[in-house]
Design a protein around this ligand. Structure first.
Ligand code: B3K
Ligand code: ZN
Length: 872
């Protein structure tokens, strides 16, 4: 397979003024008629250049004409994905008819069928599976689309923009024509045809225009759409208030589909959503999913400006829209719920998954230099680290100048396909702040590390922080230049009071720019305790030799909520790492009583934010401890974590029980932040109580399961019982749950995940047998993720079984999926790619499976790229 390089970018030789499409949808084939108004691109220097159309190898070209005449053979060349037309006039009309087969499309890219309805997914390069087209994001055109299908089976026919015409044909067929006045790249095209029901509402924009809002789903899911509608209205309002961005079409539609490779897609005026990111109802949906629905609805809506009105020049610029939009949706969620909780959740994810990616074989900068398959670059790095980079710009500029910068960016580039450089330039131009060195964040991969030491000079009344930065080598990048890093700090005196810093405030953002640099604070008369990287002001690893007592001190006194949580994490990590180190040499485990004291203090305190209490009382995860390990000792991490959980549970049992009871209220379910916080604290307490293995607490969990009126409480209780040693009670509840929910596909996914994540022995056999259960469907990505990916990523003890059975199981799945759905196959590979982090015995086994995959014939580009890079 060919490697595509950013440095090879050239402007398109032709532009498309308008695109007219007509789809004839049938059960055994679909015919796509396309009429493109084409003109030479004045910006292209090669005046005789040919026109490159992309069309997947499976497309059957039925007819092709230019200005009504067939092309002579010499001017048409089909080479793999390319259809190259040469000897062309300045302007012309290109007409084509193509036969495709959505009914057998299992890759779920292009036009395909999900549960009997037609739908599309065109980002990044799915449009070339629909028709021959210059399928690249810098070719933008207006679209007029007619969809024709059987009226009975497909009463609803949708595409982008506004419906302008409709009619009926012979033989029970009907059609609708849609017009989208905004020029867009083909990746934002969408089509839906199916038997759908909808809810409708409206939104009045800041200039007083009324926009119709419609959310479509299957009839059985109509009772699960209200929350998405509310979230959409909140998003529209927020984007007006915070970014001054108004919606532009008269209608905004969302369609829920069951078969979808990712979360959702921001097609202009017609978002298509994975049901898991749009359906929500207290009975069937957990708090986590409610928040995900709110966040994803917002994310796709925000793309209307950051992505659609201003789009990407090429796919190397993906973070231009994704990093910025993730930053926007994170701020939205922070404003709608608890800011600190949102930050803690995002940082946890970044530190485990993104840091691991940055340290692995697929490490890449947020703006990669090359790829084989772009689908492999919809990563934590491009999205989440990309959002952190935008956040750092926000921190460096401050909110007002950042807003000036975003205004300039949208104004300057509306209707254009641009680069991350254009974004940074707009920020620089609007603020006057030099972001020269900052640009390294876009082209250097790897997680920078800050090594901080300090010095107190009583005589001079000076406190000095010395910051040294390093960044590990990543594939293709041995040496890095220093980054510009905003380092937010505070200083606490011995009584726990915050000290005024150089800027006269209690917090200050230090700008780290050198490989090594010292910051001096004057007028400090006793050695303070530093609070470092407040709010996680940069995506870096921070090393400072905190004493455990100092961490407890910060947990109690730091005014930055994020830093209080971070101090608790650091204390937990420090204690756990010591026990993990002792595990392999059979040192008996003993828990430092300071952790118990710290947890006790948090449990006893009144008036703390409940969500933060439950975050602080959650031990660092297996994934985070793995990321921090030089060599991952799966069993040691698991057993140490379980030992500590149990110990804490026994030591603090009365407090956990008290907090459980206080928060176990009989009130109507509501997905607001306070109620979610209360349930999360309650369920955390229950999990500690159950960890004591006392039957009375298992009983308590069973009661909660039986009495709960919402899926959050029900699912938590079920997982606790199912993962307990009482396998009989577990099986009973699992059966009961399935019987109750077998018709709710998303609830069944929870049921699959709970079983896949069960750490007890025999998990692989259980997962294998679930693959034959009617609840499972190997063609549905949500089912694959719930069962297979959860087993491989959230059941480390079983996935990493010493005999290599987990690795072999995953490799078998990848080989099967490679042909069926390459995107999902390649994504599922991730756990195997981290083989270098394990001890030699596991390394050998993991590598052997990667090699087995590598040797398969007909590897997709997706799987090939990840496997071959992992084996280097
Ligand atoms: N832009 C889409 C992602 C498309 C992924 C294609 N493989 C969803 C989003 O980020 O909003
Ligand atoms: Zn996005």
């Amino acid at each position: 397979p060919k490697v595509i390089y950013l440095k090879d970018y050239t402007v398109p030789s032709f532009l498309i003024e308008s695109t007219e499409l007509r789809f004839e949808l049938f059960e055994e084939e679909t015919i796509v008629h396309a009429e493109l108004k084409v003109k030479r691109n004045p910006a292209c220097e090669k005046s005789a250049a040919s026109l490159e159309l992309f069309g997947h190898e499976e497309l059957e070209l039925i007819e092709l004409t230019i200005d009504g005449a067939a092309l002579d053979e010499k001017s048409v060349q089909r080479e793999g994905e390319l259809l190259i037309l040469s000897s062309l006039p300045e302007t012309f009309v290109l007409k084509s008819s193509t036969r495709i087969h959505p009914e057998t499309n299992t890759a779920l890219e292009g036009l395909y069928k999900s549960d009997g309805m037609f739908c599309t997914q065109c980002e990044a390069e799915g449009f070339r599976r629909i028709t021959f087209f210059p399928d690249r994001p810098d070719v933008m055109s207006v679209f007029r689309t007619t969809v024709e299908a059987d009226k009975k089976r497909y009463p609803v026919l949708l595409s982008n923009g506004n419906p302008v015409k409709t009619g009926e044909n012979a033989e029970g067929r009907h059609w609708v024509t849609w017009e989208d006045p905004f020029p867009k790249p083909a990746y934002l095209f969408a089509l839906v045809a199916g038997d759908l029901k909808c809810i409708e509402d409206s939104f009045t924009t800041m200039s007083g225009r009324e926009v119709k809002l419609v959310i479509y789903a299957e009839e059985k899911d109509l009772d699960k759409l209200d929350y998405a509608m509310l979230s959409l209205q909140k998003s529209m309002k927020w984007d007006e208030e915070v970014y001054g961005r108004e919606y532009d079409l008269d209608i905004y539609m969302i369609v829920a589909v069951d078969f979808f490779n990712m979360g959702a897609m921001e097609n202009k005026g017609l978002n298509i959503f994975n049901t898991s990111c749009v359906l929500a109802n207290p009975k069937t949906t957990t708090d986590a999913s409610f928040q995900r629905v709110e966040g994803v609805v917002a994310h796709e809506y925000f793309h209307n400006w950051s992505g659609n009105r201003v789009t990407c020049r090429d796919w190397f610029q993906l973070s231009l829209k994704e990093g910025f939009t993730v930053f926007r949706d994170a701020e939205f969620s922070a404003d709608m719920n608890s800011r600190t909780v949102k930050r803690v959740e995002d940082v946890s994810l970044l530190r485990t998954a993104q840091f691991a990616e940055d340290a692995g074989p697929m490490a890449h900068p947020i703006r990669p230099d090359s790829f084989i398959e772009i689908s492999n670059f919809y990563t934590m790095t491009v999205y989440e680290k990309g959002a952190e980079v935008v956040r750092m710009i926000h921190t460096l500029l401050g909110p007002e100048l950042f807003r000036k910068g975003s205004d300039l960016y949208f104004e300057r580039h509306d209707g254009q396909a641009v680069t991350t450089e254009d974004f940074v330039q707009a920020m620089e131009d609007a603020s006057g702040k030099d972001l020269g060195q900052f640009r390294a964040w876009y082209h250097q991969a790897g997680t920078p590390e800050l090594h901080i030491t300090d010095e107190f000079d009583g005589q001079k009344e000076e406190y000095r922080l010395t910051v040294r930065q390093t960044c590990p080598a990543t594939p293709g990048q041995d040496k890095k230049t220093p980054f510009q890093i905003p380092l937010s700090v505070g200083l606490l005196d011995q009584e726990g009071n915050e000290l005024r810093l150089t800027n006269g405030e209690y917090s200050e953002v230090l700008e780290v720019t050198e490989a090594e640099q010292t910051f001096v604070f004057k007028g400090i008369n006793a050695k303070p305790v530093p609070s470092l990287l407040r709010g996680f002001s940069a995506p870096v690893k921070l090393h400072y030799a905190y004493q455990r007592d100092e961490l407890m001190f910060l947990m109690a006194n730091d005014t930055d909520g994020f830093s209080r949580w971070d101090a608790a994490q650091k204390l937990g990590v420090d204690i756990m790492q010591e026990l993990i180190g002792g595990y392999s040499v059979d040192r008996p485990m003993a828990l430092d009583s300071r952790l118990i004291a710290a947890y006790r203090a948090v449990l006893e305190a009144d008036g703390l934010d409940k969500a933060m209490v439950s975050k602080v009382l959650t031990l660092p995860s297996q994934a985070y401890l793995s990321e921090l390990s030089e060599v991952i000792d799966v069993d040691a991490i698991h057993n140490v974590r379980e030992f500590i959980r149990k110990k804490l549970a026994f030591e603090l049992e009365p407090l956990f029980l008290k907090r459980y009871q206080e928060n176990n209220l009989e009130v109507d379910y509501s997905p607001d932040a306070d109620s979610i916080a209360r349930r999360s604290l309650k369920n955390l307490c229950l999990s500690y109580l159950v960890a004591t293995q006392k039957t009375e607490y298992l009983q308590l969990a069973k009661e909660q399961y039986a009495q709960s009126d919402n899926m959050t409480d029900m699912q938590s209780a079920l997982a606790l019982v199912a993962h307990s040693d009482d396998k009989v009670a577990g099986a009973e509840l699992l059966d009961d749950f399935y019987a109750q929910w077998k018709d709710e596909s998303l609830v069944v996914n929870l049921w699959l995940s709970i079983q896949a994540a069960d750490p007890s022995e025999g998990a692989l056999a259980r997962v294998e047998s679930l693959m034959h259960h009617p609840a499972f469907d190997a063609k549905n990505p949500n089912k694959l993720r719930s069962l297979i990916s959860v087993f491989c990523a959230q059941n480390p003890v079983n996935f990493h079984a010493k005999d290599g059975s987990g690795y072999q199981f995953l490799a078998d799945r990848i080989i099967e999926l490679n042909a069926q759905n390459p995107q999902i196959a390649s994504r599922m590979l991730t756990p195997l790619t981290r083989w270098k982090k394990y001890a030699a015995d596991r390394q050998v086994l993991m590598r052997a499976q990667l090699e087995r995959i590598h040797q398969c014939d007909d590897l997709s580009k997706d799987v090939f790229e990840v496997v071959s890079k992992s084996l280097v």
